[in-house]
Design a binder for this molecule. Structure first.
Ligand SMILES: Cc1cc2nc3c(=O)[nH]c(=O)nc-3n(C[C@H](O)[C@H](O)[C@H](O)COP(=O)(O)OP(=O)(O)OC[C@H]3O[C@@H](n4cnc5c(N)ncnc54)[C@H](O)[C@@H]3O)c2cc1C
Ligand SMILES: NC(=O)c1ccc[n+]([C@@H]2O[C@H](COP(=O)([O-])OP(=O)(O)OC[C@H]3O[C@@H](n4cnc5c(N)ncnc54)[C@H](O)[C@@H]3O)[C@@H](O)[C@H]2O)c1
Length: 444
């Protein structure tokens, strides 16, 4: 097992519990990016930011509230509760407690079934699993490599909210962290090269989010290209295409992540070390005797994908039956406020695949629950139907509980529930998910 992030930890633990002799090699912390520098700490920041935003909605709705934001309890919670001060002892013990052998070091393939780590060579009888994750992709903006910019790691381990922050990239990382910090009083500007925020999501969502961001005082620059960066006297200066310059005390680079195969020795398994990712088959095999799971596969950089793939690889290694990987109903949630949940194909992606598409859309404020909710109740439900098959192939639910509303829609896409059946079921009144019925009606 090379890499014990969420994906690798899952496979290694499962195999060790099943009685296999498992050697787990981890270069940094067992658990990987998600618990220490990504999902968990960022969601703690988001939760705290949401509390502030809700408190600020009290006037006019429920009385008076005086809100004085303080980032220190968030930093303390991340340090003490989430990451144990970035110490993985508990995770290492969990793995060795299952019978695994733990090696701290950087592993590399040196031959068929052979991995070198920490000056030792290990030979696998059953196979090698590669789960080495991803790294931030830093764009070639002149000057960027010489300045002390932040990545997600710095952004989630800061002790205080910065005075001002430039966020390069308006994808999930940029959007979540921009809003969380803005709610703590940071003066935030988001610089996104595409023509909208969250460009992989439906355009209606991007519009909604940009509007909310602007209302909250976040400066959103879309279609903006950085042409140069300098850092002088503690201030970043970001020059933009077409003139203009943005300044801030900190700069967060959130322009995507990608696998890094250099130094992993994949050529010893007949794989291309310059490839963007390791491409697995439906059982997560990438070469004879080699499996890959998680971000390194480039099939959706999410913790739930890494664990889903990890379970399939573990089953395959143990010779257990089960279905092959299926990404049709891959759910994605961006934890902004409104929270953006999506599953399957966007309208654009469905059309690009040549499907005969029909869409339905409804906005939450026009639903009973959205109207009752009042401030903070912005959101929408959008459905993407394959007309020929009469099933949902994609859906988006944005709103106060967008990620939770998504669940029913994900079941519909996964199980290919006929739209006709969805039209004739009951939706509890007055829930946010009842807006799905309005979106179905909008399909015509
Ligand atoms: C800011 C942020 C927020 C995120 N939020 C979410 C979220 O809310 N929900 C969600 O589903 N996903 C989220 N993600 C994505 C999620 O963190 C990743 O998809 C997930 O961590 C991938 O797991 P992995 O096991 O593939 O890789 P990783 O977690 O990156 O683990 C890979 C491990 O391999 C180790 N390694 C690498 N090379 C070697 C080597 N040669 N030898 C030994 N060890 C090696 C690394 O040290 C690392 O520990 C977020 C990501 C970021 C950056
Ligand atoms: N809630 C979640 O599940 C969650 C949260 C954060 C991250 N993640 C995962 O982590 C991965 C990485 O996140 P991300 O937001 O960095 O990646 P991303 O690729 O989704 O978004 C990066 C954004 O940066 C923009 N960009 C690229 N180069 C640029 C440049 N030079 N100037 C300005 N903008 C530029 C892109 O157009 C894009 O919108 C995601 O794919 C996601 O799977 C998931």
């Amino acid at each position: 097992m090379v890499g014990l992030g969420v994906g690798g930890e899952h496979v290694a633990g499962r195999l060790a519990e099943a009685g296999l002799d498992v050697v787990g090699v981890e270069a940094e912390l067992v658990g990987g990016e998600c618990p220490y520098w990504a999902c968990v700490p960022s969601k703690m920041m988001v939760r705290a930011g949401n509390l502030l935003a809700e408190a600020r909605r009290v006037p006019g709705a429920a009385g008076r509230a005086e809100v004085a934001a303080d980032f220190s309890p968030v930093a303390a919670r991340i340090r003490d509760e989430a990451t144990d001060d970035w110490d993985d002892r508990a995770a290492v013990d969990r793995f060795t407690g299952k019978g695994g052998r733990f090696v701290r070091g950087r592993g590399r393939l040196t031959g068929p079934g052979r991995v070198e780590a920490d000056g030792r060579v290990f030979t696998a009888r059953r196979g090698v699993v590669l789960a080495t994750g991803s790294r931030p992709r830093v764009p070639p903006v002149p000057g960027l490599d010489g300045v002390p910019y932040w990545t997600n790691r710095d952004a989630v381990s800061a002790e205080e909210a910065p005075e001002s922050l430039l966020v390069l990239g308006g994808g999930p990382i940029g959007a979540e962290l921009a809003q969380a910090y803005a709610r703590f009083g940071t003066d935030v500007t988001v610089v996104e090269a595409a023509d909208r925020l969250l460009p992989s999501d439906e355009p209606e969502v991007a519009e909604l989010l940009a509007e909310v961001f602007r209302t909250e005082g976040i400066d959103v620059r879309t279609g903006a290209r950085a042409t140069g960066v300098r850092h002088e006297a503690g201030t970043f200066h970001l020059a933009l295409d077409g003139g203009g310059e943005l300044t801030a005390r900190h700069l967060l680079v959130a322009t995507g992540r990608g696998a890094d195969l250099t130094g992993l020795g994949v050529e010893h398994a007949g794989l291309d070390p310059d490839a963007r990712a390791l491409e697995p088959d439906g059982r997560m095999r990438v070469a004879p005797g080699v499996w890959a799971v998680g971000d390194v596969t480039g099939l959706g950089a999410f913790t739930h994908v890494a664990m889903y793939q990890g379970e399939i690889a573990a089953r395959d290694l143990l010779g257990e039956p089960g279905p092959e990987a299926d990404y049709r109903a891959l759910p994605r949630v961006t934890f902004t406020d409104p929270e953006v949940g999506s599953v399957g194909l966007t309208e654009r992606a469905a059309r690009d695949r040549g499907l005969r598409v029909r869409t339905g859309l409804t906005r939450l404020p026009s639903s009973t629950r959205g109207w009752i909710h009042g401030p903070g109740g912005d959101g929408l439900v959008k459905l993407v139907v394959d007309e020929d098959r009469g099933v949902l192939v994609g859906a988006t639910s944005a709103g106060p509980a967008g990620g939770e509303v998504l669940y029913g829609l994900a079941v519909a896409v996964h199980a290919e529930v006929p739209v006709e059946r969805l039209r004739h079921m009951m939706y509890a009144y007055p829930t946010f998910h009842r807006a799905v019925e309005d979106a179905l009606r909008d399909l015509g």
